[in-house]
Design a protein around this ligand. Structure first.
Ligand SMILES: Nc1ncnc2c1ncn2[C@@H]1O[C@H](COP(=O)(O)OP(=O)(O)OP(=O)(O)O)[C@@H](O)[C@H]1O
Ligand SMILES: [Mg+2]
Length: 560
């Protein structure tokens, strides 16, 4: 029992020296307080918890009550006619005066009006803080229900709130997408399945949406065969001329350093000339080397040759030869056909944009772009082109009625790596730009990664909503900690201890930080990422030789 000047918590609580419980009692089976407020400070408030009361609560049948006082759980405090809710961030043994109490840091989350039988109208933010000495009460399942069930039009439910079994976990889609989101977790914790679950719920709620998913492992096609447009190298047909100059350089230049600079200058000149030859260029008037105007690869090649012919000294032809050789290589290589096929010379920009951005969506609001078949040296450039198209489209359609687009990027650390891991590529630049400015143009970013510490600086902090699954690595945990809003810090210690399929969600998309256990996703809607059962598969036999032969065939033919 903590010493409060001779007053036990469950003693004579109507004594004037401490704040007596107000007339509105929570519908707790254990209405007695569990502690008192010790200190209210800007840097963090503290409460003292009574160990004996916590022990009593711990055996309660109410799952929320049973967690009372634990790090990551909530407590409530009555101030005037409002119940204030706070999250327990830390716990420490209170050694002062030989007492047996626990001092805990808390972060205030929000408040609701005290009402007969509980609380109503929960909202974020705090009007009045309690004074030291005010009683602290445990939060019960009924309180949690009141906090979470204030649904709106834009709410999707994705699982159940821990520790309850039946309170549905709501996410406010408008708030979540308005300020980007990040889904983080070590490998195998269920990121891809959770991403599919969230996207399915969004698609069900918004069948006329516009979602573009970059899928580096070809996992998501299986999940969205009913509601998505499935694109891969066989049917993407991304016209090469949609690339801007920087993207052309990434694909066409093979040299480094000074040589690269020289090659780039030549490419810029020739590319501008090739674009200028198109009928559209004439109609448009001024165009630049970045303008998405079709050109013929053969024109580019001829222009390079012509420019080379103008040279006086044969020694300086090397850059031209390099460019021409690379161009020829790409045209011949079957793996590059999705980008450089002769079929892609026509002006298909309107159809292409309409198709990948699902405008109109025709009941399939999401396009899954499986880039697993793209040669690895140009994957990031392809992702850059797609991401930039999203952003440019949003900028150029500003005078129209806004049609927000969600761009979801799996394995985001590959595309927006921190500066430590290499210089900024065009994909890193465009995704960072979308993270910073996308909101103003109606572009939302969803980043999924197992390595938050490898993400570029600042990108994570641009994500208004963080969905953190288990993270084993300490560096990763530190990065997530820095990006989490204050009120959620109490959950941080829980992150390494989460089970698979469990997560902490905090930020804009939720009314208060919560620990959620994701719903089971039906097998038909899951991504193709199931863990193989070695013991089962290694007991089966038959058809191995044919299987190997078929694989070699596909490997050689580079077709799937
Ligand atoms: N909500 C869920 N419903 C059903 N199965 C799930 C759910 N979440 C995860 N799983 C199962 O857990 C396994 C791993 O999930 P998943 O592939 O989504 O993990 P991951 O974090 O994306 O892994 P990686 O980092 O390797 O991509 C899969 O077999 C998946 O079917
Ligand atoms: Mg995955």
């Amino acid at each position: 029992m903590i010493d409060m000047g001779g007053q036990g918590l469950t003693g004579d609580i109507h004594d004037d020296t401490v704040h007596a419980p107000q007339p509105y009692d929570a519908p707790n089976p254990h209405p007695e307080p569990i502690g008192v407020v010790l200190e209210i400070a800007g840097s963090g408030s503290q409460i003292v918890l009574d160990r004996q009361r916590l022990d009593e609560c711990a055996i309660s049948a109410d799952a929320a009550l049973a967690l009372s006082g634990q790090v990551g759980s909530q407590v409530k405090i009555l101030v005037g006619r409002r119940w204030l809710f706070a999250n327990v961030r830390t716990q420490k043994h209170d050694r002062r005066g030989g007492s047996d109490g626990i001092v805990a840091h808390i972060d205030f989350l929000g408040e609701g009006e005290a009402a007969e039988g509980g609380m109503q109208g929960f909202r974020r933010g705090v009007t009045n803080y309690p004074v030291p000495g005010t009683f602290v009460y445990p939060v019960c399942t009924q309180d949690l229900r009141e906090i979470y069930e204030g649904a709106g039009d834009d709410v999707i439910e994705i699982g159940t709130v821990y520790p309850t079994r039946d309170i549905r976990a709501p996410i406010h889609v408008d708030a979540m997408l308005g300020k980007h989101f990040a889904l983080l977790g070590s490998t195998g914790t269920g990121k891809s399945t959770s991403a599919a679950l969230i996207l399915h719920r969004i698609c069900d709620a918004a069948p006329e949406g516009h979602i573009l998913m970059i899928d580096p492992h070809g996992e998501y096609s299986a999940a969205f065969r009913d509601t998505g447009l499935l694109l891969d190298v066989s049917n993407l047909q991304l016209p090469y001329w949609l690339m801007n100059f920087a993207e052309h350089c990434e694909i066409l230049l093979s040299s480094q350093g000074e040589q690269r600079q020289m090659d780039a200058e030549i490419l810029a000149k020739c590319l501008a000339q090739a674009r200028a030859k198109h009928r559209l260029a004439g109609e448009m008037g001024r165009i630049t080397v970045d303008s998405p105007i079709p050109y013929l690869l053969s024109d580019l090649s001829t222009i390079i040759s012509n420019e080379m012919g103008k040279l006086e000294k044969a020694t300086t032809t090397a850059p031209y030869v390099r460019l021409k050789t690379r161009l020829e290589e790409l045209k011949q290589d079957v793996r590059y056909q999705f980008l450089f096929s002769g079929m892609l010379v026509g002006d298909t920009m309107t159809e292409f944009i309409g198709r990948i951005f699902r405008m109109p969506s025709r009941g399939r609001p999401i396009s899954i772009i499986d880039v697993s078949g793209v040669p690895s040296e140009i994957t990031s450039t392809v992702v850059a082109v797609l991401s930039r198209l999203v952003f440019d489209f949003a900028i150029w359609s500003r005078s129209e009625r806004t049609r927000p687009i969600l761009l979801v990027c799996e394995e985001a650390h590959r595309y927006v790596p921190s500066e430590r891991n290499g210089e900024a590529s065009s994909v890193g630049k465009i995704l960072s730009r979308i993270a910073k400015e996308g909101r103003k143009y109606g572009v939302s970013l969803g980043l999924i990664t197992q390595r938050p510490s490898d993400l570029a600086e600042g990108v994570l902090s641009q994500c208004g909503t963080i969905i953190a699954m288990r993270l084993n690595n300490e560096r990763d945990q530190a990065f997530v900690k820095a990006a989490m809003p204050e009120g959620a810090r109490g959950f941080l210690d829980v992150i390494p201890a989460l089970r698979n399929r469990e997560c902490i969600i905090c930020g804009e998309g939720v009314s208060i930080p919560m620990r959620v256990s994701f719903d089971d996703l039906e097998p038909r809607r899951r991504p193709a990422s199931a863990d193989p059962s070695f013991t089962t598969l290694w007991r089966e036999t038959g058809g191995e030789e044919e299987m190997v032969a078929r694989t070699v065939q596909r490997w050689r033919g580079q077709g799937r």
